[in-house]
Design a protein around this ligand. Structure first.
Ligand SMILES: NC(=O)c1ccc[n+]([C@@H]2O[C@H](COP(=O)([O-])OP(=O)(O)OC[C@H]3O[C@@H](n4cnc5c(N)ncnc54)[C@H](O)[C@@H]3O)[C@@H](O)[C@H]2O)c1
Length: 241
């Protein structure tokens, strides 16, 4: 069994913890959750033998914690991936992972297709667009969507800056696409009325589209928590893909 720790006992961290307890990651055992209110630190998780830590806190917290965790030889699945918009931080993370013999595994999020994005990025002409589909204002709920400029298209890093607390997906997708210079962010109103995200890929050989459409009710973003659990399975199960 692989020992797993979680940082952050909020919405997503709790979903990951419950999923592990329910046996959705059958090769994994939960050793603890780091939480400020419970007084449990990431170092406590490492002391309990955690081999992989799922981070579900805040980008600022990830920036503080990640380097020492990786240097201690523990790999991390981060959900606060917006932290990687900071090139200096990302470089420090790479060095820490090399030093500790550990890795950062970016989760595939709600729209996924990062395997395809990484493959497409190896061929000349590779570029990709992360699209947020917003339904008309009168049908929207939440506040951040109202602030997003429908019709916007720009480089991924510039797009991320529109709403850094809600656009982690742009950063992790851009990294899968092969770098910020190859990735764009676009905000569209969907002709079919379906809100969500899409990843549009192209290179000199082919084009591909992966689109995730939200259903009414549960928040589609909770799928990022399940993508961390599926990442745990890819890392620990004897047959993977
Ligand atoms: N990658 C993606 O596509 C994606 C999608 C949705 C959310 N997210 C990110 O995932 C993270 C978690 O989201 P959430 O909805 O669970 O948030 P949340 O606010 O429900 O929970 C975050 C928890 O982390 C705790 N926390 C903050 N700093 C901490 C620290 N230093 N040590 C330990 N715990 C700390 C908070 O007290 C809170 O309980 C956020 O950064 C969010 O932006 C990423």
């Amino acid at each position: 069994m692989t020992k797993v720790g979680i940082i952050g006992a909020g919405h997503l961290g709790t979903i990951v913890a419950e999923a592990i307890k329910e046996g959705k990651a059958p090769e994994c055992e939960l050793v603890g959750i780091a939480s400020r209110s419970l007084g449990v630190t990431p170092q406590d998780l490492i002391a309990k033998g955690a081999q992989i830590i799922v981070e579900a806190s805040k980008p600022a917290a990830l920036k503080e914690m990640l380097v020492p965790i990786l240097e201690a030889g523990v790999s991390v699945i981060p959900l606060s991936t917006g932290a990687f918009a900071d090139a200096e931080f990302t470089e420090a993370v790479k060095q820490a992972a090399r030093k500790g013999g550990s890795k950062v595994y970016l989760p595939h999020g709600a729209e996924g297709a990062f395997d395809l994005a990484a493959t497409y990025s190896l061929v000349p002409g590779a570029k990709g667009t992360i699209v947020q589909y917003l339904i008309p204002k009168e049908h929207r709920s939440g506040t951040y969507m109202e602030e997003m400029p429908v019709g916007y298209r720009g480089p991924a890093l510039e797009g991320f800056a529109l709403k850094p607390s809600h656009l982690n997906v742009v950063i992790e997708s851009a990294m899968a696409i092969g770098g910020f210079d190859k990735a764009f962010f676009e905000v569209r109103e969907p002709e079919d009325g379906k809100a969500g995200f899409a990843l549009e890929l192209e290179n000199d050989y082919a084009t591909a589209v992966m689109r995730a459409c939200a259903k009414p009710g549960p928040n589609m973003h909770t799928l990022i928590a399940y993508s961390a659990v599926s990442m745990l399975n890819r890392l620990t199960q004897p047959i993977t893909f």
